[in-house]
Design a protein around this ligand. Structure first.
Ligand code: EPS
Length: 390
């Protein structure tokens, strides 16, 4: 069973992750994880913080001589910015310090008010540090181990940005083949294959920045090829689409998730939605001509590519702030501004890839099991043979 948790505050010393359930003998390297961490950082519309951080993983347990041991893998990612926050984020109690002022003007849309009420604090920093999307660096690291596992079985994951605000891709780019999505430069700042849309998207992000505003958008994340049979219809919490949706909705600023053509399907007749089934006698396999289901039927992968769209809201830290109320005085004020990003959609695409890898690795290990990679492979290959004989 794969389990993954993270710890760490945005301006604390470091982020920590523990990933349990990878089989023993999987070749892993810090370089492969660092490459994914770098991809998360280069998105167009990121703020000053990304010029400070250069995320690198230090693997602290669970790997020996370049291979997993089968026990929990743990790792840390240092926060370079911590050097400026040693007092504000000190673990030890600190003397009164003029530079450590409580944050009492909650930003609409962020954790500041809901978290302060829930945890009984009058300093929103107590909750915003953990809610910060900085934590997603640890998710990308954890998800990247899962990606390495899936890649060992030929499953690849990629993403592209399909909309920023009102600007979106069109024509062939609306339903881009996974192969083409995976060809996008891994470090592309916009992650958009449609060059004309890309320049309009960049212009919109620039405009939002000039206005002291922020902007959201939509990223599509795909996995291909995916064997049929991951997830299960037998219990609500085993359904693969539900598990993917949880992984996606847990990404900060995510506000909706679509599997396949789910949104369009809700406005169509059934005959225009479901993917008809055909059989190729020569190759002895079932096939479809469409994939509106996004590769999942009744909570089970059906052998088609998995396609997920992640809808990201404009982030709530605005240079031109919205109205709010002071936590202590209850007087109206403009919300606090902290240095932040203008647009996080390209980064969210990379985080979505990591979260899809986590959901699929979990379902993959549930189906194929095995304590060593050799055992997992033998179970996997036997299943593929049984499909050929079906
Ligand atoms: C974030 C605010 C910004 C982002 C941060 C998420 O950080 P800072 O307040 O230090 O400028 O850059 O994201 C990251 C640090 C990251 O690594 O993704 C927020 O408030 O959520």
């Amino acid at each position: 069973m794969i389990r993954f948790i993270t710890a760490g505050e945005s301006h604390g010393k470091c982020l920590t992750g523990i990933l349990e359930g990878l089989p023993a003998g999987l070749p892993v390297s810090a370089e492969a994880i660092d490459l994914q961490l770098r991809r998360r950082q280069v998105g167009y519309g990121r703020g000053g913080r990304m010029r400070i951080e250069r995320d690198e993983i230090e693997i602290t347990a669970g790997v020996r001589h370049g291979r997993t041991l089968g026990g929990p893998v743990s790792f840390v990612i240092q926060n370079r910015d911590w050097s400026h926050w040693r007092i504000a984020m000190s673990v030890e109690p600190v003397e009164e310090d003029a530079n450590v002022r409580p944050i009492t003007r909650p930003r609409p849309g962020h954790v500041d008010l809901a978290g302060a009420l829930k945890y009984g604090t009058y300093d929103s920093r107590d909750v915003l540090e953990r809610a910060s999307a900085r934590e997603t660096a640890a998710r990308v690291a954890g998800g990247s181990f899962c990606r390495v596992l899936l890649e060992a079985f030929g499953i690849r994951i990629g993403s592209h940005v399909v909309a920023i605000g009102t600007e979106h891709v069109s024509g062939e780019y609306e339903n881009l083949e996974p192969g083409k999505i995976m060809e996008i430069d891994p470090f592309s700042p916009m992650r958009c294959a449609d060059a004309a849309a890309e320049s309009r998207m960049k212009a919109l992000i620039d405009r939002a920045k000039e206005m002291g505003d922020t902007i959201g958008g939509v990223a599509e994340i795909v996995a291909s090829p995916v064997p049929p049979g991951l997830g299960s219809h037998t219990q609500w919490d085993r359904r693969l689409d539900g598990r993917i949706a949880l992984c996606m909705m847990s990404i900060p600023a995510a506000k909706a998730v679509e599997i396949g053509s789910g949104i369009e399907a809700s406005a169509s007749f059934g005959s225009a939605v479901h993917d008809e089934i055909f059989y190729d006698r020569e190759r002895r396999r079932f096939f479809r001509e469409t994939n509106r289901a996004g590769g999942i039927e009744a909570g089970i992968s059906n052998g088609g590519d998995i396609r997920v769209r992640l809808y990201v809201k404009p982030i709530p830290t605005l240079r031109k702030p919205l109205r709010s109320v002071d936590l202590r005085t209850k007087e109206p004020f403009e919300a606090a501004f902290e240095r932040s990003d203008t647009c996080v959609v390209p980064a969210a695409a990379v985080i979505g890839e990591a979260m899809l890898a986590l959901a699929l690795a979990e379902a993959f290990m549930e189906k194929f099991g095995g304590d060593s990679i050799a055992e997992t492979r033998s179970n996997f290959e036997q299943y593929l043979r049984s499909l050929e004989q079906y």
